[in-house]
Design a protein around this ligand. Sequence first.
Ligand code: PGA
Length: 250
Amino acid sequence: MPRRKLIAANWKMYKTPAHAEEFLRGCLPVLAAHSRSEIVICPPFTSLAAVSAMVLESNIGIGGQNMHWEKEGAYTGEISAGMLLAAGCTHVILGHSERRQYFGETDDTVNLKLKTALESGLTPIVCVGEVLEEREAGLTEDVLRRQCVRAFNTISAKKAGPLVIAYEPVWAIGTGKTATPQIAADAHSLIRGEAAKAFGDEFAAQMRILYGGSVKPDNAKALMSQEEIDGALVGGASLNPETFLAIVQA
Ligand code: PGA
């Protein structure tokens, strides 16, 4: 079965509830009518309720941008999987490079979060990717392998069900430098190989791997037409209804 593409908008720390509503007023009818790809919007926590109320009757998914692995507890400033579900989330981004870079996210916390997300019924979008120095030092494959092995640690194929991976080379995020379709496709096959080792060939063959890093309307088509690329995690270009729609329709 061909893998259905998934286009996810990562709004990062942008958009109040009013801005989120304005965005959706600009593109909801077209997004909701689009059935070729699965569409997921990941607003900041404080705009989840507003987005959830507006997309309720559509098949658009909603994702958190992070979560804690514990069910509840004395973790000031954190959000649990149950809270995301209660706010209308279907998905959650885990291990984004900005979390790794600025907020101490590690391969091990990604693993804990991934287990909790899967147990709670959220579809996790686990981000992996090398920084520029690692690519230049020829370490890309090692880094991607390590991130996958540790993220997948002690998770069974039966439990991993809806797992989605996003390959996001850190040097391409927010820089306007996109990986060439070939660079992305090579990384994706390596990641699929790691998924096969952890979960078996059948699982790996149906697992979706998104590309993220300066996806724009003018490069979306070339990237999405790669057999290995099953969708996109879009940051900057997802903030504007016109550019996001152009990517969805590419
Ligand atoms: P970008 O961000 O599209 O702005 O490069 C992608 C991401 O960080 O998920």
